[in-house]
Structure formats: structure tokens, C-alpha cells
Unconditional design. Sequence first.
Lengths: 295, 283, 285
Amino acid sequence: MTGSPVESVSGRRSEPPRGMALFAYRAGRMVRTTGPYLTVLGIGAWLLLWWLFSEVWYLPRFEKMPGPVAVLSDLFARDPFQGISIFTDEYYEHIWVSCRRILFAFCIATGVGVPLGLCMGWSVQFRHYTFPILETLRPIPILAWVPLSILMFRGFEAPVIFLATLASLFVTTLNTMLGVQSIDESYFRAAGCLGSNRWQIFRHVVVPGALPFIFTGLQISIGVAWFSLVAAEMVSGDWGLGYLIVDAYMNNVTVPMVIGMITLGFVGWGTSVLVRIAGNRMMQWRTRALALEGR
Amino acid sequence: MSTAEMSTTARTGAISIRNVTKIYDPEGVNVLAVDDCSLEIGAGEVCMIVGPSGCGKTTLLNAIAGFHSLTFGEIRLDGEVLCDERRPLASQGADRVVVFQNGALFPWKTLGDNVAYGPMVQGTLSKAEAREKARHMLAEAGLGDVAEKYPGEVSSGMARRAEIVRALINDPKVLLLDEPYRAMDALTKSIMHEALLEMYDRTKVTIFFITHDLEEAIFLGDRAVVMTTRPCRVKTIVNVDIPRPRDYHLLSSEEFRVLVEEAKDAVHEEALKAFEAGERELA
Amino acid sequence: MTAVSDMVQGAGVVRKRTRLQRLKDNRKLWRGIAAVVIALVFWEVGSRWDQWFGFTLPFIGLIPPPTDVAVAWMSVLPQPGYWESWYLSFKRVLAGFLVAQLVGIPLGLALAVNRYFREFFFPVFEILRPIPPLAWVPASLIFWPTNEMSIAFVTFLGAFFTIVINVLGGARTIDISLLRAAQSMGATQWDMFWKIVLPGTLPSIFTGAAVGMGITWEVVLAAEMISGGGTQGGGGLGFFIWNSYMGGSLPHIVVGMISIGIAGYVSSSAIRWLGDWAMPWRRLF
């Protein structure tokens, strides 16, 4: 309940703290709870165990895995032992290639999926015709499309982008459709009795009303895009983080493999944060109302 | 029609509901929601429709507003047929604006933009003009400070008031209110009532107000029409000849209590029947 | 209004329609069938274009037509190898999925119930979660002694994160007044856990299970394609697809895809059915 305005003695409402003041207030409250300490402790314990198992005690099975020291020292080395660090151009090339593919896939999937989903949610007739086709295709796992997509699209780039797009497309379309269906009937009625035509209802009710679901969908969609991208890059690729991981495995160097995994985690998390920020920006009405509820 | 004659000048907004019947047909089961219901509402009248929950009052409102079709009968507005057996679904229009049970301000628009919405989409005013007029009307209703806020940020009372402003900006012939104060506590409710009466005294728009609160009905209305439980028919009509403007002191007056008593038996009987039937409410 | 009273006596009258009539009136069904048939015809025409008109359409012209697929499917149906692929894939999916449930549900509930445990453990979980499950495949191949175990591990991981997140979210959204009501009636901590927290979390458990099942199929398939291909005769539907691809038999690739689609659909239907059975109070909606 940090955001609620406080009644001051004079009866005038004092404004809740903003910006730096709010940050300081929250930080001050945080250090007085157990949260941050346990968090640090938990991450520390995990790293310590990993280090002990693989680099100190050489437990069976763990001995082959690179420990945290090996990974971190290579990651930040100017002259990495096993070829990949934050100072090598190759590292950024892999990240860039993967991100570019995700960007293409995500934009295509959003550009097609959102309008498609809006129409499917809005027009019953359109839904009756298109939804069964979608539902017949959807149970087929994206990765089952790998061989077919390699045959359909030649080269390295197009099949990978196709697979990531396909994965996102299903999620985005279905969530958008659900979003439109979730809009309360009374908003349509209100818009109708205030004299809107069909297009105005679409523009002022359907689109903004479905936005929360659309953005939930986009968050999931970017996750599954990364998921399929990695798989596709592992099977057929020349560059990219998935390729980096599988290539390291093939060449028996384990450190770049772990670096690839960690990087994937960070980059994937970063893109989903970007989507969330974009969503909060576009849905001020929702963000503000949720903030008042202390969420 | 004493109340219809009471209205002074030739205002618009007279509704006549003639022999309206509505049969729902969900899943092959016929449900008679409204049965041969007739009611004349004069221009500028505040007509309160009282009945137990789920009795079919809302069905009547939906037929007037053009959300649902009727099965038999006809509804006229100022003599023009809105819907009848040949054209069972009335067209939706800004001459009959609805204020909804749970509130239907668009949560994604500020209160100001919500109010400006009607004139903007109808094209009667430009966007800027509509905004200006909305701001003006909100200020008149005591909501000038919150015009830039989203509905999620203000209290439900303010939101409901803004919703009525959003309806009135269109200069409607009829204001249709569907239990708008249902979820409010008694104190907020009385403030809302006075605000509504104040707005009514300014505009004199015809009000079709659905409620299950008898005191609310007598306090606000020119007439309180008590409906039977499903199927919905007119049971009794209580004429409220209390002069306007009214304020909350009226609630403790003798004449008010006499009128409430008069209608109470009828309402109670129907509520009991509805409770025993135990049916789920219709949409 | 004699007509009305003839038609309706009282509040509810059942107007009888035969099952056939209702089937005929089912617009949604017929439109769906029409749409799928039209899509199939398009596919057939598109992929046979070069036979009939002499040049190949892009994309669609490169995939086998549905009639070829049907023929190929008929030919593999009697082969025991095909059914063994089904069996192997199902076995892997179920193993990974069940272990993920067994570990994930208690862990999620523990995270929800105990704040200190959550603060200690959850950040690590959140760091590992964004790593796509398939990125674990090579590491898991190195770590585990057999291929089968590494497939099982990656499968487990895929479902595990989703399940934990769903259980945690579900348990934390339980209405606090339910717990207070139970407490006021003298329920013990144990009662509250079994009678309120667990049933209250069931919907999210099943949501998590449905999503997790989808991911499990994806992962099993990928693992079979990446690791099972060639070595130790890994088998499974993923291997079936990969093998058909390597052998250049296009219709069989599509047969594999459709088979795995059916398998996935069957498993998620099973979860939905189980959910309906376990949560009778939700059937109302």
C-alpha cells in the first residue's frame, strides 16, 4: 500500500512520493525486511554449491561440467581460454543474429496475429471459419515443423525465422481473440447507445479492451519465440546463441556452452521486460489503477 | 395519466410500451421473461420500475435501448415505433442512453474523454469542441478536478456520476438507468440521489429507472411501477405526488413513509415469489 | 394474445428438437468442417501445381499433397515400428511430466506458504527460468550418463518451471477470507492446507499442467531429433520425423507431424478431462 495518498493533519491530501523520493522510501523499507538478505544468501548458496561440486570436490558427473569460476573467468577474460568472452566480437555477433531473428519473427507474428485475433474475436462468422483451422494446426509442436520448414525455405535464415514466427503467431492470435471475447458486453452496448458505428466500436472498444490480453499474449509469445529459435538454431544454423551452444558441445568446449545458456537467459529476460514496459506505456489507465491498489 | 399532464411544455421523450412480450429461447427451453406488459411514460417523467431481482425489468430496458429484440407487442418513442413484431430489434441511438448496472465507463479513457465520446463519434462536435463541452459539463456536476483521471482511479460514486454526465451530454430524450446504485452503501446512495435529482431538475429528461430499492423509487420518482416476478407484468402503480425539488429530509417525512408502506406489501409478495422460484437471473 | 398463451404456459417449457435437427442447426460445426475442407483442397491444389500446370508454387509447392500423406499414413499404420515410436514418445513425455508434477507442485506450494523459503529460493529459480529448456540439451547430454536420462531431464525442466510458477501464483491468489473463515471454525494449519490451499490451487495446477504438457511434447520431440537421431536407436515420433527427413521421404514427415499433433491433443484432452473430474465445482461455468 505504498502508493496511497496520506491524509495530513490539515486535511489536505499530501502527494505520494515520486521519483527519487519514492525510490529511497521503498529502498528504506526493503532493507528492513529479510527479503534482500535471503535473496543474496540464496544466490550465494547456489553458486557456492555449484563451485564446490564441480571445481573443488570433483563429484562424479559434476567433474565434466564447468564451474562458476571457470565460466566467469572466461566470460570476463580479454583472451578467453575457450574462445568466447565479452571481449570477442564473435560473442556479440551471436547475440545480434539471434536478436535480429527474434525481432523479425516477433514483428511478423504480432503484425499478423493481432489483427487476425481481433477479427476472430469480433466476428462470430469469421471465427467459425478460421478457428478450426488454427485448432487443427496448433497441437502440432513447433519443432515438428523443423524438417518441413527447412525444405520449404532454403538457407539458414528463413527456416529459423519461420519457426519462431509460427510459435509466436499461435500464442498472439489466440490471446488477442480471448482478449476481445473477455470484453464486457456492456462496453459494446454503451458504445452502441452513444451512437458509434461499427468501425468506431472496433477502434474505441475492441482494440483498447483487448490490449491487456494482447500484451499478456505478447509476453508469452516472445518467450516461445526464443524457445523455438534456440531449437531451430540448434538443428540448423550458422550463427546465433542456440548454434553457439550446440557448436561448443560438438567441439567439446563446455565453457562457451554455459556462457551461451546464461546469455540466452539474460537476453530472453530483457526482451520480455521490454514488452512489459511497452505494455505499461500503452495501458496507462491500467497501470495507474493497479498502482492505486498497491500492486 | 396525471403525471404526463403535469409536464408543462411540449417536451419530448414519451415512451409507450404496448403489450410487450419477450420469450427467451436458450438451449431449446422457452422462458417467458415479460408477459403482455403495457406502460405509458410521459415526457419528462421520472418513472421508477420496481421489482425483485431477475424479474425481467432489465429485459424491458434492453428492448427500449435496442440490445435485445422483443417477441410481441410494440414500443414507441414520441409516437414513432422503435420496435414491433415486424422489426423486433430497435436500433441503438443516442436518443436513449443507458447507464449500466456495473458501470460501463470505458476504463481506457479518462473521464473527460469518456464524456466527450458521444458527441465525438456522432460527429455533432469536433474532438476539441467535444472535449471542451465535456470539461464544462463535468465541472457543472462537481467533477472538474478529476476530468483527466481514469475511471479506475476515482471512487465508484464519482464514476457513476460521470457516467450520467456522459449520457446527458448527448441531449437524450430518455435516460435509461439499470440499477445504477446497486452496489453502493446507503450514505453514498443518498448523495447520488440528490445529484441525480439536481441533474434532472436542470434537464427534465425522461428517466426510466430500474431498481429493487423501494425507498429509492419513491424518493426519486414521479411514479413507482411495481412489477411482478418472472414473467414480468405491471402489478401496481404508486403515484408520488411530492413536489420537487426534493432533498433527503423527505426521507423522514410522513407522506414519504405512507407511500412506501403502500407499495411495500406488493413488492414483498413478489420478492417472496421470486425467492422461492430460486431461478438464476437472466442476462 | 392467445398465441402467446398457446406457446408458453408458465415460465419454462421445453421445446423438443431432435438430435438430428440440432446437428443440422449447428452452424459452427458446419462452418468449421467447410473451412478445413477448403484448406485441404487448397493444399492439394497448391502442392500439385507443378504436376498439373508445369511450374512450382513457392513454399506450398514444396510440400507433399494431402493425398500422398494419406497414402503414406495407410502404409505405416500396420507397421509395429510406427506404434513403437508412439509408445516411446509417450513414455518419455509421461516420465518427465510426472516427475515435474511430483517435484513442482510441492515446491510451488512450499514457496507460496513459507515467505523465507520463497525469498531464499525464488531468485535462483527466476535466474534459471528464462533459459529455454532446449538450451539445456547439450549440458544435460554431458552430465547424464545415458541419452535417455538426459532427455528425461530436459523434459522435466521444460514442464517444471511452468508448473512451479502456476502453483505459486494460484496459491497466492486464494481469497484470504476463506482462510479466516476456516480459522474461525477451528481448523488447524494442516486442515487449512488440505481443505483450502490445495483445492484453491487446483485450477492453477491444471492450467500449469496443460501448458507444461505442451512444452513437454515440444522438448521430447526436440530431444529426440537432436540426440536420438542415429545413436542407440533412440526412436520415438521425433526420430520418426527426423529419419523421414534424412531419408527424403516427404509424406512421412507430414505423417509424423500429424501423429505427434494427435498425441499432443490426446494428452492435453486427458488433462482437461482430469481437471473437470477433480474440480466438479468448476463445471458450472
